[in-house]
Ligand binder design. Structure first.
Ligand code: CDP
Ligand code: CDP
Length: 231
């Protein structure tokens, strides 16, 4: 049995990466972070100084870019390393996790031609099943026939607080209100764009984890996944 396709979508800071990674580990599935692909192409555009409103050069950039997602070794994982991201062979795992790259990614993600390239890549990566993929349009566009779709939510204040805490842990002293403003701005852009906006698929299960921990949320999703495994 090949395993299910599990799609987890939701806004920034809702817990998609952490929860998806945990669900994949519990089920022995592959974990794929589609946002990392948008972030990697955005980093390359910033490095090259390509204006983020020029659709055609950005589409061309996405086509000639190779993004690879690699699972950490058991040793790297126990040292706290999450998924590893390579941009044209260069490791950018940490470099893509800045506020500047997040904002640039969400601008780039409004361009239909860029999405086409990355969606095709994501479909190839997940085609065999036994995969947990997270992002904004996995249940609506990338895998519209996924056996389990989750729309993960949490209040904007709690999501901003989670991101703020991550910044603090990295020694970055950003005001909480600024993080909240950034989260809201990105949510608005992601929800209002014309191509593949962030929206709950009709058949997705809404999971609000404002007051739920990572483990509890992951267990709920694994329970729902087990219900969908054909007898
Ligand atoms: O991928 P996404 O932006 O949706 O969120 P994330 O990066 O998985 O989670 C943001 C932060 O919230 C991480 O530091 C998680 O550990 C934390 N989190 C939490 O405290 N409680 C949850 N139920 C989910 C995530
Ligand atoms: O981790 P966080 O939720 O903050 O962001 P992310 O998942 O790394 O995604 C960064 C940006 O890429 C998002 O704000 C979206 O604009 C875009 N994205 C998208 O449009 N579609 C996806 N499937 C994944 C990310």
């Amino acid at each position: 049995m090949a395993g299910l396709k599990i799609a987890i979508d939701g806004p920034a800071g809702s817990g998609k990466s952490t929860v998806a990674r945990r669900v994949a580990a519990m089920l022995g599935y592959l974990y794929l972070d589609s946002g990392a692909m948008y972030r990697a192409v955005a980093l390359k555009a910033l490095e090259r100084g390509i204006p983020l409103k020029d659709d055609l050069p950005l589409e061309a950039l996405a086509r000639e870019t190779h993004v690879e997602l690699k699972a950490p070794t058991a040793e790297q994982e126990s040292a706290g390393l999450k998924n590893r991201v390579f941009l044209d062979g260069r490791e950018v795992t940490e470099a893509i996790r800045t506020g500047e790259v997040a904002q640039a990614a969400s601008r780039l993600a409004t361009i239909a031609g860029v999405r086409q390239v990355l969606v095709a890549e994501q479909q190839r990566a997940g085609q065999g099943g036994g995969v947990v993929m997270e992002g904004r349009d996995i249940g609506t566009v990338v895998f519209p026939h996924a056996e389990l779709k989750i729309f993960l939510e949490a209040s904007p204040e709690v999501r901003a607080q989670r991101r703020w805490k991550e910044h603090q842990e990295k020694g970055e002293n950003l005001p909480l209100l600024e993080v909240l403003r950034e989260v809201r701005e990105r949510d608005k852009r992601d929800r209002e764009r014309t191509v593949s906006p962030l929206v709950k698929a009709k058949d997705a299960v809404l999971v609000d984890n404002t007051a739920m921990g990572i483990e509890e949320t992951a267990r709920l999703i694994v329970f729902l996944a087990n219900e969908r495994v054909p007898a």
